[in-house]
Design a protein. Structure first.
Length: 164
């Protein structure tokens, strides 16, 4: 999930100082592991992208969901999506499958509270011989003991939304 240099104790002093500066807290190994497990499941589902996998991805969300992006002109936008809209959008984006898609991602969660986390992701996406750098953030909310994503923020999708 997060690229790091560990000292064998699980402590990562540089990262912990960033967490403390940003949120005033330092998450423990258990909190980090929960988020890592959540994203591992989400990534497995998105890699397969069959209709039942997209439905299972929707099960991992808290609706209504906020979607925030911008376009090539630098105009930001936000919309609220219900489950039906999310499934429809993901089916359109992933409907052709993702077997030729390679993703490398580094995720960094920041816990605002034990049940609210902002997870920043940076990485690369390789598809059809094209490489694209990606950066996005998700806001996850823990409800009834389970993490759910509630807000997705990623630049560059505004042009696709306008075309679709």
């Amino acid at each position: 999930m997060e690229a790091s240099r560990q000292d064998g104790t699980g402590a990562e002093p540089e990262r912990d100082e960033v967490h403390r500066a940003v949120t005033g807290t330092v998450p423990g190994a258990a909190e980090r592991a929960e988020i890592e497990e959540w994203f591992a499941r989400y990534d497995r589902l998105s890699a397969r992208s069959a209709p039942e996998d997209i439905e299972a991805m929707a099960d991992m969300a808290m609706f209504p969901m906020n979607l925030v992006t911008d376009d090539s002109a630098g105009q930001g936008s936000a919309e609220v999506s219900d489950r039906e809209g999310y499934v429809r959008s993901m089916s359109e984006v992933m409907g052709g499958g993702t077997e030729h898609l390679e993703m490398e991602q580094v995720r960094t969660p920041f816990f605002l509270t034990p049940s609210l986390a902002v997870v920043f992701t940076r990485g690369t996406m390789n598809a059809g011989g094209h490489r694209r750098d990606i950066r996005y953030a998700d806001i996850l909310v823990k409800r009834d003991g389970a993490w759910r994503f509630q807000t997705m923020v990623q630049g560059g999708w505004g042009d696709a939304a306008a075309a679709g």
